[in-house]
Design a protein around this ligand. Sequence first.
Ligand SMILES: C[S@@+](CC[C@H](N)C(=O)[O-])C[C@H]1O[C@@H](n2cnc3c(N)ncnc32)[C@H](O)[C@@H]1O
Length: 193
Amino acid sequence: MNHSHIPDIPKAFPQLEAKCKEIGFTMPSDIYIGTLLKSLIASKPHSNILELGTGIGLSLAWMIDGLDEQSKLISIDNDPELIGIAKDFFGNDPRVQLVCTDGSNWIKSYHGPPFDLIFADAWPGKYSELNETLKLLKVGGFYVIDDINEQPNWPDGHAEKAEKLVEYLKSREDFTMTKMDWSTGVVICTRRI
Ligand SMILES: C[S@@+](CC[C@H](N)C(=O)[O-])C[C@H]1O[C@@H](n2cnc3c(N)ncnc32)[C@H](O)[C@@H]1O
């Protein structure tokens, strides 16, 4: 199998990659986590999806391609330039809500319906407000994180934080967990109760 042969790339993908280079955005999600998110979201018709860390919108492009017509997706980033770019590409999609705000505050003040899938790709929801974020999942819902394998740009001490995060998730009896040594290191937890 050639896992890098990926035929169903989102329409906006080449333009988003160009935008990424243009503004010097160095943290985009890779294509592999994109394909996984699309597949997981496609398994949840009529779903409610959350992304923490919109970034340039690369993961978002894949996630949107997984949505059916009845599904909704909220994506949060605290950087107005990035949310502006995501709005240029996806702002006309009535299923998608792009919110420029601090993720920590947003997580703590969210009182809407629970989510079928949360992709936590910012500090909040991953290294802070983790329990609050896990509480926002439906039973059967997926919590997805990447960047778990050590990256060359990590500051001192971050590898230990990532390890602790994985250990903590493993200790949660209310979630099943799959660790994947693939892409940038991916963990999927599924809420059981
Ligand atoms: C790893 S990047 C996300 C990449 C994105 N998934 C993509 O494909 O382009 C992390 C993002 O989290 C955002 N971020 C950092 N701190 C945040 C906070 N406190 N609240 C909301 N977003 C935050 C950054 O602006 C950055 O865009």
